[in-house]
Design a protein around this ligand. Structure first.
Ligand code: NI
Ligand code: MN
Length: 231
């Protein structure tokens, strides 16, 4: 499979089973190289929570490609009003789709859907995603602080890859992401949610060094927007 990073928290997973995009923040993402126009076919759009740097261009992509939006119940209901295909789920639940198996797991974060005037629609609870394609489990943490039940995820699933935020301020910083890695024990780690805005500026190379020192069984991988990891 191919895992393509599009900057911030946006990843595309291209496997034998299909093509999935997670948190499709493209048009207003200063680091993204891709735009919604670049996507001709897409099977699923996963949205971790209602904030605009994650919900992003989901509706436009769903309309253009016919992809199904997979998210929590509240965001699913919101998206459905735009006439796109949705599959609502909630935390703890998993479902086997033709394009892979998806499980929603907790994330400690908000999930309001901004109205654009400082008010929010209720967007349920933020989540992370476990995605199984080609018999391999991938974990996208969404926006979250460090929490102890990552240990549970690491015990229950043998993770090929964990995509973890390191930007600090709104989410985990590098030190907490290293502790998360110790609990999750993934083969590979890609940091995300950093350097998009000044407030989440991080030294990503220092994160990789710390990771290799404190969690030597996991391989840290830095991807620039547009770069691909083959798994
Ligand atoms: Ni957020
Ligand atoms: Mn965010």
């Amino acid at each position: 499979m191919k895992v393509i990073f599009h900057g911030h928290a946006c990843f595309e997973i291209e496997s034998m089973e299909g093509r999935i995009i997670i948190d499709p923040f493209l048009r207003n993402n200063p680091n993204a190289k891709a735009t919604p126009e670049d996507f001709e076919t897409l099977d699923a759009i996963l949205i971790s929570h209602g904030h605009s740097d994650h919900f992003g261009d989901a509706i436009e992509l769903a309309k253009k490609t016919g992809a199904v939006i997979v998210s929590n119940f509240e965001i699913g209901c919101f998206a459905e009003r735009s006439g796109v295909r949705v599959h609502q789920m909630h935390i703890g639940g998993k479902y086997k789709f033709p394009f892979g198996t998806i499980k929603l797991v907790p994330a400690f974060h908000g999930s309001g859907i901004p109205n654009g005037d400082g008010t929010f629609l209720y967007g349920g609870l933020a989540c992370g995603f476990l995605v199984q394609v080609e018999k391999k489990w991938l974990y996208h943490a969404g926006d979250t602080g460090l929490f102890g039940d990552m240990n549970l995820i690491g015990r229950q699933y043998e993770l090929e890859l964990a995509m973890l935020p390191i930007g600090d301020n709104f989410v985990m910083g590098s030190e907490d992401a290293v502790i998360a890695t110790q609990m999750l024990r993934p083969k590979n780690v890609i940091p995300m949610h950093y350097n998009t805005f000044p407030v989440i500026k991080q030294d990503e190379k220092a994160f990789i060094d710390l990771l290799h020192l404190k969690a030597p069984e996991s391989r840290g991988i830095l991807l620039e927007a547009g770069q691909v990891l083959n798994l």
